[in-house]
Design a protein around this ligand. Structure first.
Ligand code: MN3
Length: 241
């Protein structure tokens, strides 16, 4: 066989195998299914600020314990549960859309990993006159009347969440909505009555504020507005469906 012929033969065989993989799903699954199923894992999100940068709103010790121990455990346990349960989702959004099919361990820890990743990303150093930029500001005014009434409604959701949980601002079509979820649930989960694509999250578990504020959740929520990264939230608003 001449080199060119051999090359064409190899190329032809590869095309045939690829064709079979595409044409016959069960055949493809038997070969690559197991690899696909273990593809998705939660990564460890890096902070764009240091543990002390959020002082005095959130103290350094709280940030360190919250990030390294609480968040660290959620990521580790979520990935452990993914392996144990042969989880077949392709990404976090896909997983949450069918989370009722999986264990409480996966629901709590995958929720914990995702919710904290969003929470870390929407924080920054305390900023004076901290308000949303143009397009997001307009959307907030359309949905809630004014920025002040938005803050009131959001704070009420955070204070009204009994026990541990989260307050959310979500995009739902062209609408912005405020709600809360218990434990580590989130608005992407099929089990959550409150749904939408989250663009702002507030952790109201006591581990997020107890060293500085003890039982005074209202003081924590009130101060928290100073460290909200509105530019990043505006970007999430633009890119979310
Ligand atoms: Mn937390």
């Amino acid at each position: 066989m001449k080199t060119t012929n051999r090359r064409n033969f190899v190329k032809g065989s590869l095309t045939l195998v690829t064709g079979l993989l595409l044409a016959n799903k069960s055949f493809a699954d038997s070969i690559i299914g197991s690899t696909l199923k273990s593809n998705f894992k939660f990564g460890f999100s890096k902070l764009t600020y240091s543990f002390s940068d959020l002082e005095p709103v959130i103290d350094t010790a709280t940030m360190e314990i919250h990030y390294e121990r609480h968040y660290g455990a959620y990521v580790k346990n979520a990935n452990e549960a993914i392996s144990e349960e042969n989880m077949s989702a392709t990404d976090a959004k896909d997983l949450f859309s069918k989370i009722s099919n999986y264990s409480t361990k996966l629901r709590n820890n995958a929720g914990g990993a995702f919710n904290h990743e969003l929470f870390w990303s929407i924080l920054r150093k305390p900023t004076p006159n901290n308000v949303p930029p143009g397009q997001l500001d307009q959307a907030i005014k359309r949905s809630f009347g004014s920025f002040e009434s938005f803050k009131d409604e959001f704070s009420k959701a955070a204070l009204g969440q009994f026990g541990s949980g989260w307050a959310w601002l979500v995009k739902d079509g062209n609408q912005l909505k405020i709600g809360s979820t218990p434990n580590q649930d989130n608005p992407l989960m099929d089990v959550s009555p409150f749904k939408g694509t989250p663009i702002l999250a507030l952790d109201v578990w006591e581990h997020a504020y107890y060293l500085n504020y003890q039982n005074k959740r209202a003081d924590y929520v009130d101060k928290w507005w100073e460290i909200v990264n509105w530019e990043h939230i505006a970007q999430l608003y633009r890119t979310s469906k």
